[in-house]
Design a protein around this ligand. Structure first.
Ligand code: SF4
Length: 96
């Protein structure tokens, strides 16, 4: 298999994503938050999604805030470190 560094993206794909998007650090993303979605609907959704019915998969996002270097576009809470052990310790706390 030949590996190249060439990347081909169609103009349609570029135009599709050539617009500001919501930050990805919350789901659902902030633009779709709804003031009608209060504690009662949240509770109902928790019950529904734990009912065992044929529901779509649940997606979770966990931000591991330890990075080797700071990306110039980063808006996340990040701690710059070369110590990989921090992430393992953090994940252990998340599991608890
Ligand atoms: S510095 Fe920010 S954008 Fe870059 S990997 Fe870390 S969290 Fe992600």
């Amino acid at each position: 298999m030949k590996i190249t560094n060439k990347l081909t993206i169609s103009i349609d794909t570029l135009l599709k994503y050539d617009r500001p998007g919501p930050r990805y650090t919350s789901y659902p993303t902030a633009p779709v938050w709804d003031k009608d979605f209060g504690p009662e609907r949240f509770k109902a959704k928790v019950i529904e999604t734990n009912s065992g019915k044929d529901l779509p998969p649940l997606s979770l996002y966990f931000h591991i805030p330890f990075c080797f270097s700071l990306c110039f576009y980063c808006g996340c809470h990040s701690i710059i470190t070369r110590k990989r052990g921090h992430a393992a310790e953090y994940i252990a706390y998340l599991k608890k």
